[in-house]
Design a protein around this ligand. Structure first.
Ligand code: BG6
Length: 483
């Protein structure tokens, strides 16, 4: 049956991610019949809440954002929720006993431990849950990002978690992999015949991967000062999009076959080190504009420090995949906070026609939009109607998922939670993938840290610092902006 019987234990279960993403996704799964009737959601926190307190909190904070279309389902969903207080790393072990008692009621169920908590808690949590005797062969653990700060901390976390759970039990989340267009990219590439022959350096000039956000970082300084756009978005989300765009066709639609191909792409990334870092990477930080505060003036619980001044809220990178298919094709990556629009997309820019007989042509472009509106657009050249001179115009052949399919497009977390409850790890990052990504990121972080330069300022609400435009401009290219 599609609904797999499992108990879901969420550490950090009353936190922001849980309230904003996980619980709404679980409600939708419940409504669509993807949760087994007996599945329980057990939130763990230090909060000392009763089940009733927790249900009341969820009712008050989540109900409006879902939105509820079926009150009976909502009531049923609230009935699945429980809360247990645990003090990971603390003296008080009584919470583990309570949890053990609850889980023992249904010994035969799968158990999913979802760690929606900072990465420093991953190791201690796994150790304690193991000491409490709660890890069964049918248990899984889900790790939220960020998985470490760099390669060595990622390895340490992977070792700590790996001491308790087998790799096949470990599910590392990158929520971009749960997005509809991202999964569609594989279908587009590997279920259609016409693209594959031209999906290479003979036909493709370059690829752009953009994740632009309008939001700033209010209230997140504590995290963001030590993350920055490179760790927060590139190491995971953007590199995942790059691997799916660049990977070789796997022989099977199979968890390991797909992840094997993805990791090969990461291993083929040309390292950017030392003096090259300045040439191939750009950093920016937003400054106040209009009623938008600059990064340093964002409201938050802690005042800005030296680290705040050095952290990038925008980055652009020229990457290269050194293999037969992609030699010489730049992959430009860009992400930033407080940009003028919210848009995530992959743009595949084809080369010019080999010989042009019409004036005014432009090369073809394939745009895969992840958000705000999922869709795929192929820009082709067409003749503008008219009896006069031939005039060319690019016209988009477009597939809007919202218009073509009537089914609701599920949120990324719905797909990922469904997969994790069913034990399917295809859309989760394997240890070698995460570490290969860090191996490429580390030298960039090191060079940034070693230099005196600060990120280039860009006014909030703009497309990033001048350097980002020069990165493409110096080879006669430009970022794709909405027409
Ligand atoms: C998260 C980052 O992983 O992704 C956030 O930590 C970012 O900083 C978010 O805002 C973007 O996700 P989405 O789904 O809105 O593109």
């Amino acid at each position: 049956s599609p609904a797999h019987l499992a108990d879901l234990v969420v550490f950090g279960g009353t936190g922001d991610l849980s309230m904003r993403k996980l619980l709404p996704a679980l409600y939708h799964s419940d409504r669509d019949g993807r949760l087994a009737p007996e599945t329980r959601v057990i939130a763990l926190s230090r909060g000392g809440l009763t089940d009733a307190d927790f249900r009341g909190k969820v009712d008050a904070e989540v109900r409006d954002s879902v939105p509820i279309d079926d009150l009976a389902v909502w009531e049923r969903f609230l009935g699945r929720l429980h809360h247990v207080s645990v003090d990971v790393g603390g003296e008080n072990r009584s919470g583990w006993g309570t949890l053990a008692g609850m889980l023992a009621e249904y010994e035969q169920r799968d158990r999913v431990f979802y760690l929606a908590s900072p990465p420093r808690t991953f190791g201690p949590f796994c150790r304690e849950v193991h000491e409490a005797g709660l890890v069964t062969p049918r248990s899984r653990v889900v790790l939220e990002k960020p998985l470490g700060q760099d390669l060595s901390s990622a390895r340490r976390i992977n070792d700590e978690v790996g001491a308790i759970f087998d790799e096949r039990q470990i599910f590392r989340i990158d929520h971009y992999l749960g997005k509809e267009t991202v999964q569609n990219l594989l279908v587009l590439r590997f279920a259609n015949a016409f693209l594959e022959p031209i999906w290479n350096s003979l036909w493709i000039d370059h690829v752009q991967i953009t994740a632009a956000e309008t939001v700033g970082t209010p209230g997140r300084r504590g995290y963001y000062d030590h993350a920055g756009a490179l760790r927060d978005m590139v190491q995971n989300h953007l590199l995942q999009l790059l691997t799916l765009t660049a990977m070789e066709p796997p022989a099977r639609n199979d968890r390991e076959a797909i992840r094997d191909e993805k990791v090969k792409v990461l291993q083929a990334l040309r390292p950017i080190t030392g003096g090259e870092v300045d040439r191939f990477t750009v950093r920016g930080q937003y400054t106040g504009a209009g009623d938008m505060p600059g990064y340093l003036d964002e409201p938050g619980s802690t005042p800005p420090t030296e680290a705040s001044g050095r952290v990038e809220t925008f980055t652009a990178i020229r990457a290269e995949v050194k293999n037969w298919r992609w030699a010489g094709v730049p992959f430009y990556l860009r992400t930033g906070k407080r940009m003028p629009y919210r848009r995530s997309e992959i743009v595949v820019q084809f080369k010019d026609v080999p010989h042009s007989i019409f004036p005014g042509g432009a090369p073809n472009r394939l745009v895969l939009r992840l958000q705000p509106e999922e869709g795929i657009e192929l820009h082709i050249m067409a003749k503008e109607p008219g009896a006069g001179e031939v005039t060319l115009k690019p016209v988009p052949m477009s597939l809007s998922f919202g218009k073509t399919f009537t089914a609701r497009v599920p949120e990324a977390y719905e797909r990922l939670l469904t997969d994790v409850l069913a034990g399917n790890p295809t859309l989760f990052m394997r240890r070698d993938e995460v570490e290969a990504a860090w191996r490429w990121i580390d030298p960039i972080l090191d060079a940034w840290k070693a230099g005196d330069a600060l990120p280039e300022p860009y006014p909030a609400g703009t497309t990033g610092p001048a350097g980002a435009h020069e990165l493409l401009g110096r080879s006669g290219r430009a970022w794709h902006e909405e027409e």
